[in-house]
Design a binder for this molecule. Structure first.
Ligand SMILES: *[C@@H]1O[C@H](CO)[C@@H](O)[C@H](O)[C@H]1NC(C)=O
Length: 216
């Protein structure tokens, strides 16, 4: 990975999953290309183990991302991800579901990087009919750059549940009866991406991406 800066590693198993660079858990091998396609900057995605593990790379020119070929109405979606290690300030790694229309629905995990030794923030959000503004932020109880962890979204007609390693961290209930919109009729695709967002990601944008840091 000599010339690339930041890397996120992902492993593909079953329908959904993504994450890290070294000796991850091996469920059933399914190649990336069976369920996913790169979305932009194809040359910033690197493939390992015959295409069942991948890494996303970010440099000062571009990040990258991929999306599922299929669309899904409800489901349980998981990615095994190992975040950008070291100085990741200014970077955002995302795993989310989204519909493709203007008044779109979206269910987000966003991982906001930080200076070496400072904690990542995990931000979740839910958009219904194009409207978001439901961000919630937590600190994780582990260093997400050390190992692969499994991040999951359970989405059914009753609720959306965000899990970190099988620990539910957020529930968004279907309160349609109370007049709150809930995603129920727009199929969503699965997305992952890594990009530079140093105008807001780390300490509200105070900490900028340090492009002189080279990871290998
Ligand atoms: C980064 O570290 C600082 C200092 O510990 C903390 O205030 C902040 O919430 C951390 N995370 C992000 C993404 O800014």
């Amino acid at each position: 990975m000599g010339s690339s800066l930041w890397t996120v590693c992902l492993i593909f198993a079953s329908l959904t999953s993504a994450a890290v660079c070294a000796n991850p858990r091996k469920p059933v091998d399914v190649k990336f290309g069976r369920n996913y396609v790169p979305t932009w900057a194809f040359d910033h995605i690197k493939y390992f183990n015959d295409g069942s593990d991948i890494q996303l790379h970010l440099d000062k020119y571009t990040g990258t991302g991929f999306q599922s070929k299929g669309s899904y109405l409800f489901g349980h979606f998981s990615m095994n991800i190992k975040m950008v290690p070291g100085d990741s300030a200014g970077t955002v790694t995302a795993f989310y579901l989204s519909s493709q229309n203007a008044e779109h629905d979206e269910i987000d995990f966003e991982f906001l990087g930080n200076r070496t030794g400072q904690p990542y923030i995990l931000q979740t959000n839910v958009f219904t009919g194009g409207k978001g503004d439901r961000e919630q932020r937590i600190y994780l109880w582990f260093d997400p750059t050390k190992d692969y962890h499994r991040y999951s979204i359970l989405w059914n007609l009753y609720q959306i549940v965000f899990f970190v390693d099988d620990v539910p961290i957020r529930v968004f209930k279907n309160s349609k009866d109370l007049g709150v919109k809930f995603p129920f009729d727009q199929p969503m695709k699965i997305y992952n991406s890594l990009w530079n967002a140093d105008d807001w990601a780390t300490r509200g944008g105070l900490e900028k991406t340090d492009w002189s840091k080279l990871h290998s």
